[in-house]
Design a protein around this ligand. Structure first.
Ligand SMILES: [Zn+2]
Ligand SMILES: [Zn+2]
Length: 170
C-alpha cells in the first residue's frame, strides 16, 4: 500500500500528519520465524524547516522455536524507526553521505508503507527466543524435554576430543 503525501506536502498550514493502520499477512519469508499478528503501525510525519521527518512505531507478535527446547515461543515486539523522507531522485546525490539508513525514499510523494514496515520488522526481530526465562531445555544426551520430564543421563558436558584420552592408558 502506498501513502500519498502530495496534499500534505503542498498544504503549508499542515505541519504534522499521523497515519495509524496495520499490515495484514506480511510474509517474512523465513523458515522458523512467523508473524502471528498483523503488524500495527503508527507513522507520524513532521515538517521541520524544509525536511520531512518520519517517525514510525510498529507492533507485532512473532513465533519462533525456543532456543533451548524448540517449543514455539511467542514474543511481542515494539520497534521504532526514524528517517528523513527524500525523493527517489536524491538517491544518487545522497550516495556519498555517511549514513543512508537515515533516509527513506519517496516516489512521487508516495511512501510504500508495507515495504517500510517489513524492513523495520526484519531489523527488529528478537535475536533470542525463549519460551520462558527458566526453560530447562532438552537433554543433550537423550533429547527429552527437561521442562516436563526427567532422565538419568549423565549431563556433564564432555568435549568429544577428550574421549580419545579416556582410552589411553597412562
Ligand atoms: Zn524452551
Ligand atoms: Zn537424557
Amino acid at each position: 500500500m502506498f501513502i500519498d503525501l502530495s496534499n500534505f506536502i503542498q498544504n503549508e498550514n499542515e505541519i504534522y500528519k499521523e497515519i495509524e493502520n496495520e499490515v495484514l499477512d506480511m510474509d517474512l519469508n523465513m523458515t522458523d520465524t512467523v508473524l502471528v499478528s498483523p503488524v500495527k503501525y503508527k507513522l507520524g510525519i513532521s515538517k521541520v524547516n524544509k525536511d520531512l521527518l518520519a517517525d514510525l512505531s510498529i507492533e507485532y507478535t512473532v513465533e519462533k522455536p525456543c532456543d533451548r527446547c524448540l517449543k514455539l515461543a511467542r514474543e511481542s515486539v515494539v520497534a521504532r524507526y526514524q528517517a528523513k523522507l527524500v525523493d527517489e531522485s536524491c538517491k544518487d546525490i545522497l550516495e556519498d553521505e555517511e549514513d543512508l539508513s537515515e533516509y527513506e525514499y519517496m516516489e512521487k510523494n508516495r511512501i510504500e508503507i508495507d515495504r517500510l514496515a517489513r524492513e523495520v520488522v526484519v531489523i527488529s526481530l528478537p535475536m533470542k527466543s525463549l519460551c520462558s526465562e527458566n526453560c530447562e531445555g532438552l537433554c543433550p544426551v537423550c533429547g527429552i524435554d527437561l521442562n516436563s520430564s526427567e532422565c538419568d543421563c549423565e549431563k556433564t558436558q564432555v568435549d568429544p576430543r577428550l574421549d580419545v584420552l579416556k582410552g589411553l592408558k597412562l
